[in-house]
Ligand binder design. Sequence first.
Ligand code: GRF
Length: 218
Amino acid sequence: MAGGPGNATGRAKKRVAILISGRGSNMRVLIEAAAAPDYPAEIVGVLSNKPTAEGLEFAAAAGIPTAVHMLRDYPDKEAADDAIDAVLRGWNADLVCLAGFMRILSPGLVGRWQGRILNIHPSLLPLHKGLHTHEQALAAGVAEHGCTVHFVTPGMDEGPAILQAKVPVLSGDTPETLAARVLIAEHATYPRALAMVASGDVTYPASAEPPPHHTPSS
Ligand code: GRF
């Protein structure tokens, strides 16, 4: 149920939970964007699967409820994901943003939230799925790289894209320099993509096919 206070347009803000595993820099830009009165979403909770995730401290300092759920505390992944689901429902979340959440959610949980879970991936999907995307881009010799915000479906990094942003690959780039350039693009892109979904401008399956701002280079 959408229960947040209204924004400047008079519509209730969508209640958003963020799932993290570490640094949480994308979480931070979402929290900062959502502080604007006219942003169509509010962040109602941050859940981590790691108690040491640095992002938890930032969220708590911002007055946002936090929770830690570790897979190893449950008999199996289904039980762990049922517990995550209960937390999300307890926060009355309308939408869930994965932001560096380094664990694959079970098809059951994804199915229950399908169309309401977003993820950010550091590549121009469908290129470079999975881990080590910057190494993959350099090895492939592409001229452009970037990030994608997409709806989460059971297939890894496969859901419909909502928004992409490109960055150039420069000669002499290392995975680290490229990652830093992509991260700046991520921080600009995730708040915009969440606003598009929260305001209802993009619905699942994404109306954007091929995704905006991405012209395939081949
Ligand atoms: C980002 O590059 C994101 O695209 C990927 O994991 C990284 C998380 O970074 N899924 P942060 O925790 O948001 O700083």
